[in-house]
Design a protein around this ligand. Sequence first.
Ligand code: SAM
Length: 290
Amino acid sequence: MDIMKKGWFSEIHEELLPGQAFSMRVKKVLHEEKSQYQDIKIIETTDYGRALILDGIIQCTLRDEFSYQEMISFLPLCAHPNPEKVLIVGGGDGGVAREVTKHPAVKEVHQVEIDDRVVELSKKYLPEMACGFDHPKLHLTIGDGFEYMKNHENEFDVIITDSSDPIGPAVGLFEESYYSLMKAALKPGGIVCSQGNSYWCELDFCKSLLENCRKHFPATAYSFITTPSYTCGNIGFAIGCLDPDRELSEPLHVFTKAEIDEMKLRYYTSEIHRASFVLPRFVEKTLYES
Ligand code: SAM
């Protein structure tokens, strides 16, 4: 549920975010509709720029989206020796496509997004992210990522799941069977990276997601970023690799600061790559030792 009251938008979801709310002051509601899959809202805020909201949950704001989009893309791409063919699942705002297509090793990017209305509205209201859809390397399919995965085997070097939270159409993208399908869709040595919630809000969920990943991938790790408009200001990624010897926290592609600036990366660096895997003790204990 979200609440629009006295010029403020509040993200309130008792199941995902019990007993708390994050609010942004609203300048203008730009668009509201109910698509076949979800409630879509695009608002102009006073301090976070434009924001995309699905089923009452903030998906991205122009102020901080780059931290998430860069890291969910560059962490797996830089941990793979040659990430030529990439699949993005979800990502209807286009921000992950924008980042993936920047990596010099990437030759072909496929994306499967369930809701064409998110894509169309992002193109209209969020061109800073939706510009990702214009890249010649990008091939977009409208459909369910879970079903798509069943029809692809031994095809991708990297699969990035940029899904909404585990409610509505995204539920299946967090299940163990999805990890089994992703494993089959990968080439040898392939890597998966999925939106993995916040350890402050849902540590048990992060743990069960990483366990699902571990059942199918011999090398796994959890990494996190700070991002003020997401749950508790922090969101993580569950990463798995088919090569048991791969050290996911060590980038195989190291870019100079000049190259980072040229790619217009504002959050990702090789140092941030390594640091994002260093977890607070209570998280490390829960995810790796219990
Ligand atoms: N970065 C955001 C976050 O962490 O909240 C996610 C952004 S992106 C807008 C999420 C997208 O996942 C949405 O556009 C939604 O339509 C899409 N999605 C949800 N379930 C899906 C599924 N089963 N297959 C493909 N796309 C799906």
